[in-house]
Design a protein around this ligand. Structure first.
Ligand code: FES
Length: 81
């Protein structure tokens, strides 16, 4: 199971974290990843200046936003299963 945690702290929230959550949730559902990818939200990950931050299996991916969320989901999550 791949663990994906999206920061929804206040700084990341201002940079579009809620939209990133929606995009990730929709792709998760569309691609049928229930048994392969666990999505969660986290509080501040201590890297606010580079948000939105997403942690994938312990590794921080910075600078995620609504404009690149689908690309990152596909490249770093769904194509790596
Ligand atoms: S609010 Fe996301 S890293 Fe601080």
């Amino acid at each position: 199971m791949k663990n994906v945690s999206i920061c929804v702290g206040s700084s990341c929230h201002l940079k579009g974290a809620a939209e990133v959550v929606d995009i990730f949730k929709n792709l998760h559902k569309k691609l049928g990843l229930d048994n392969k990818v666990e999505l969660s939200a986290s509080f501040c990950q201590g890297n606010c200046t580079n948000g939105v931050n997403v942690v994938i299996d312990g590794k921080i991916i910075p600078d995620v936003g609504p404009e690149n969320a689908e690309k990152i989901f596909r490249e770093k999550i769904s194509e790596c299963l």
